[in-house]
Write a protein that binds this ligand. Structure first.
Ligand code: GUN
Ligand code: FE
Length: 459
């Protein structure tokens, strides 16, 4: 099932196809057929139940006189939509899994800023960026919203690397013009002009997979004039916005002292034109009901980064509550606040986080008669795929296998060759859960972005 040959016009998959239609509606089609147009990378047909494959295919006018190959999935294999990571820091991969002994603001000063400053060196950027994008693709992350650093050149390098490797991505040059060390800070004007140059650099590629994203690091590291200018740029170029919000209590207090004219932290972004339906806010751990209302009103999305929230002792975000409020939610690895590069880990950490909230509520809090409903496996898959697609504003393009969407997909193999062990009672639903909780990249035979194979364990 490798990359299509140059003459091949369609790829046909037959077997178990699993995707989300909503947070609670996970569709498992055990005998489905998916047909992908190789030239466009789009799904042109999805039939939920096909028992007689040859008969079905020969009756399709779509494939008449066309070159195509048929990939029949084995019993322990299935297809899932590609994973969407809505928050990761590419430069932080170089020190991921080290230095997690400090809370956020000290962690930034001690570990993050010195390491990010190294990206003034293009060679270093090329090396780390090449490795981190390879790693994310091999983990099945077909779409990622990346933070780079303040450096224009290195941000361009990250863009070039992502383009070459074929990932779908939002890429942000980071902005910082205050409360940052002397060796890692920008002047307001150059921060804005470099951001403009970067946006135009990405847009000039005319690559539908690549989108520049406005990336104020967080309110603490940006002056009000910078935030305002970035809000204006987002509007002028119609590009998305990403930042951090309500991650840690000390961060929130510092932010409120810096922006006394805004009613709360969320309002700081809103007051500078940075909160809209194209905004991704990472963490959102300590949100007041007023702030959640504002997020919902502006139709901004949340990137839940539970691994990071545990490591930096930031807190536990109540994603169940946000979903109940109909706020768009998704998952982020937040490398290197998070030590793990895989969205499988983010799903597991989100599960633990959700159970933690339930436990805390029943152990210490207001014991409501209704037990807390922690996120379940269906919802975790949703957050990793269709939920992510909504947060990045691409639900018409990716997130599940609806006809007309791009084929961003994982061919999962849960057989004994990898870490998962299946037994005779395991059907497709059990296989999916075992993959979710015990699988890893060795289970990913093939990773496709828009029909192009970009990674995979199988040669
Ligand atoms: N807040 C501002 N910068 C960062 C960062 O790099 N990581 C995390 N987790 N939070 C931040
Ligand atoms: Fe982050």
């Amino acid at each position: 099932m490798p990359s299509p040959s140059s003459t091949q016009e369609f790829m046909v998959f037959h077997g178990t196809v699993i995707h989300s239609l909503s947070p609670s509606d996970l569709e498992i089609n055990e005998n489905a057929v998916v047909v992908v147009n190789v030239a466009t990378g789009k799904i042109v047909l999805m039939e939920r139940k096909v028992d007689k494959l040859n008969e079905f295919l020969s009756g399709l006018s779509l494939l008449e006189n066309k070159q195509y190959n048929v990939n029949v999935l084995k019993k322990d294999q299935f297809i899932l939509p590609g994973f969407i990571d809505t928050h990761a820091h590419a430069p932080q991969f170089s020190y991921a899994a080290t230095g997690m002994d400090l809370p956020l603001l000290d962690w930034l000063d001690t570990y993050t800023f010195p390491k990010e400053a190294e990206y003034a060196e293009s060679e270093h950027a090329q090396n780390v960026y090449s490795k981190v994008v390879d790693r994310f693709l091999s983990c099945g992350t077909t779409t990622c919203s990346w933070f780079a650093t303040i450096h224009l050149e290195a941000s361009k390098i990250l863009t070039d690397v992502i383009e070459e490797k074929g990932q779908r991505a939002y890429i942000g040059k980071v902005n910082m013009d205050q409360n940052s060390p002397d060796y890692y800070i920008e002047k307001t004007e150059s921060s804005v002009s470099d951001t403009r140059t970067f946006i135009e650099y990405v847009q000039a590629k005319n690559n539908e997979l690549l989108t520049p994203i406005i990336t104020p690091r967080f309110a603490i590291s940006c002056t009000s004039p910078l935030l305002k200018a970035l809000g204006d740029l987002a509007k002028e170029y119609q590009v998305p916005i990403q930042s951090h919000l309500c991650e840690n209590v000390a961060e929130i207090e510092f932010t409120q002292s810096l922006f006394p004219n805004s009613v709360n932290y969320t309002a700081v972004y809103d007051d500078h034109g940075l909160l809209n339906d194209k905004t991704i806010m990472a963490h959102c751990v300590h949100m007041t009901e007023d702030e959640l209302k504002l997020i919902k009103e502006r139709e901004a999305g949340v990137s839940h980064c539970p691994n990071s929230n545990f490591n930096l002792q930031s807190g536990v975000a109540d994603i169940r509550h946000y979903l109940d409020l109909d706020i768009k939610c998704s998952l982020g690895t937040d490398v290197a606040g998070g030590f793990a590069t895989s969205i499988l880990d983010a799903m597991r950490s989100a599960f633990t986080a959700s159970n933690t909230i339930g436990i805390l509520k029943s152990q210490y809090g207001n014991r409501s008669p209704k037990p807390y409903k922690a996120l379940d496996a269906k919802e975790l898959i949703y957050l990793a795929t269709l939920g992510g697609a909504k947060v990045v504003g691409m639900e018409d393009k990716i997130g599940n296998f609806k006809v007309g969407k791009d084929f961003d997909a994982l061919v999962v193999d849960a057989s004994d060759n990898g870490p998962v062990r299946l037994f005779r009672h395991d059907g497709a639903w059990e296989t999916l859960q075992k993959f979710l909780f015990t699988g890893d990249e060795r289970c990913l035979s093939h990773v496709y972005v828009r029909g192009r194979r970009v990674a995979g364990w199988k040669q």
